[in-house]
Write a protein that binds this ligand. Structure first.
Ligand SMILES: [Zn+2]
Length: 296
C-alpha cells in the first residue's frame, strides 16, 4: 500500500518477506520434519535460514532434507550449513526420470553418501503413475538402482508413490532394503498401510492431511500403528490449513501434528514423542536436538 512521506512524496511499502512467511507459523517443540526440500523452499522465496533458526530455537528436534537430483547435495549442504539437526538424503526423484542416467546415478550417489556425514537415507525415489505411465521404463530403472543402493549402503529408502502402490510393493518384495524406509506423503488407500508396515516402512503424513477432500488419507493416518508413524511438510509443497496455498516450510509442521493428534485422539506431546522415537529408530545416526516437548 503506498504511503505519503513528510515531503509529500509517495513511497511504496513492501511487505517484510520474513514476517510474511512467519504468518501462521506453528513450530512445535520436539517435532520432526521427516521430508522437505529446502533448496526448492528457498527458491520459492522462503528465508530458510531464518525459519530453521526459529524452528530449532523453539525446540524442533530434526529436519530431513530430501534430494531431487543426483547433483543437488552441494547446494543443499551449503544452505543448511550451521544446522546440525538437519540431515540429508541423496537420490533422484521419479520426475527426473527422463533426464537422469540410471546407470551413472549409483556412482554419484554412492560417492555423495560416502563423503557427506549428514547423509542418512537414499531417495526420494519411487514410481509416479499420476499422469499415466510416462517414462515407465526410466522410472523403473532409477527406482531399481536406488533400491539396490539402499541395500548395498544399508540405508533407509525414501519412497514417492503416486497411484503405484502395487508396483512398488512388488519391487520391494523382490529386493527389500534391510533398514526399511519411509512411504512419504502417504496418500494410498488405507488397505495398503499394513502391507508397507509389514515390509518395515514407516508412513509419513503431510499437510494434505488437513485438506477437506483427504478423507481417505485421514483414514490411513488413523490406521497406522503408532511405532510406524511420521510427519513431514514436503516443503515447499502442500502447506497445511491454515497456511494452504502459501510456500510451505518446516515452521508450519505444528498444524499437521495437531491435526494428526486430533484424528488419532492422542495427546499432542505423546504423538510428538512417538514420532521422534520412530525417526531415531530409522536414522540412528541423525543427531536429534534435545527434546523439549510442547503439550500445547
Ligand atoms: Zn518430496
Amino acid at each position: 500500500m503506498p504511503c505519503r512521506t513528510k515531503a509529500g512524496k509517495t513511497r511504496r511499502r513492501f511487505p517484510d518477506p520474513l514476517m510474511d512467511h512467519m504468518k501462521h507459523l506453528a513450530p512445535l517443540a520436539g517435532a520432526i520434519d521427516s521430508h522437505c526440500h529446502l533448496a526448492f523452499t528457498a527458491a520459492r522465496g522462503v528465508p530458510v535460514n531464518d525459519i530453521l533458526t526459529r524452528c530449532f530455537g523453539t525446540g524442533m528436534s530434526a529436519v530431513l532434507d530430501i534430494a531431487v537430483t543426483a547433483d543437488d547435495i552441494a547446494e543443499r549442504l551449503k544452505l543448511t550449513h550451521g544446522f546440525p539437526h538437519v540431515v540429508h538424503s541423496v537420490g533422484v526423484h521419479p520426475a527426473e526420470a527422463a533426464r537422469a542416467d540410471a546407470a551413472g546415478v549409483s556412482t554419484i550417489l554412492r560417492d555423495a553418501a560416502a563423503t557427506c556425514p549428514s547423509v542418512v537415507a537414499i531417495g526420494e525415489t519411487g514410481l509416479d503413475w499420476y499422469r499415466g505411465r510416462r517414462n515407465a521404463a526410466a522410472q523403473y530403472a532409477l527406482f531399481e538402482a536406488q533400491l539396490q543402493l539402499a541395500c548395498e549402503l544399508d540405508l533407509p529408502l525414501i519412497i514417492h508413490n503416486r497411484d503405484a502402490a502395487d508396483d512398488i510393493l512388488a519391487l520391494l518384495r523382490t529386493s527389500l532394503p534391510p533398514r526399511g524406509g519411509i512411504m512419504h506423503c502417504y496418500s494410498a488407500h488405507p488397505d495398503y498401510v499394513a502391507e508397507f508396515v509389514d515390509l518395515g516402512f514407516a508412513l509419513s503424513f503431510a499437510g494434505n492431511l488437513t485438506f477437506p477432500r483427504a478423507e481417505e488419507t485421514r483414514q490411513a493416518a488413523v490406521a497406522v500403528p503408532q511405532e510406524w508413524l511420521l510427519v513431514e511438510t514436503d516443503s515447499p509443497f502442500l502447506a497445511p490449513v491454515p497456511a494452504r496455498g502459501r510456500p510451505n516450510h518446516p515452521g508450519y509442521i505444528g498444524h499437521t501434528y495437531r491435526a494428526l493428534a486430533a484424528l488419532r485422539r492422542q495427546p499432542l506431546d505423546e504423538l510428538t514423542r512417538h514420532v521422534a522415537q520412530n525417526f531415531a529408530r530409522l536414522f540412528p545416526s541423525a543427531p536429534l536436538a534435545p527434546a523439549r516437548f510442547d503439550a500445547g
